[in-house]
Design a protein around this ligand. Sequence first.
Ligand SMILES: [Zn+2]
Length: 73
Amino acid sequence: MEACAAYMFTCPQCGLDTPHALIDRKHDVVGIVCGHCRMPSIVRYDVFKCHQNRWEDELRDILNSLDNSGDDD
Ligand SMILES: [Zn+2]
């Protein structure tokens, strides 16, 4: 099991966008632990997944803009 994997999510406990450790997945929910307040949370998998996709899109945009800014054409 990948112990160091971290997933960005808005912590239901402290309300911050922080990396969460994924503990387990059961059917349509996942157990995650906030990297900031260390509080465990149970969230719906589709909500969690949706948040991941949003972060991945933002990351892709950031990487693309970095790529473009390095180009002088
Ligand atoms: Zn938290």
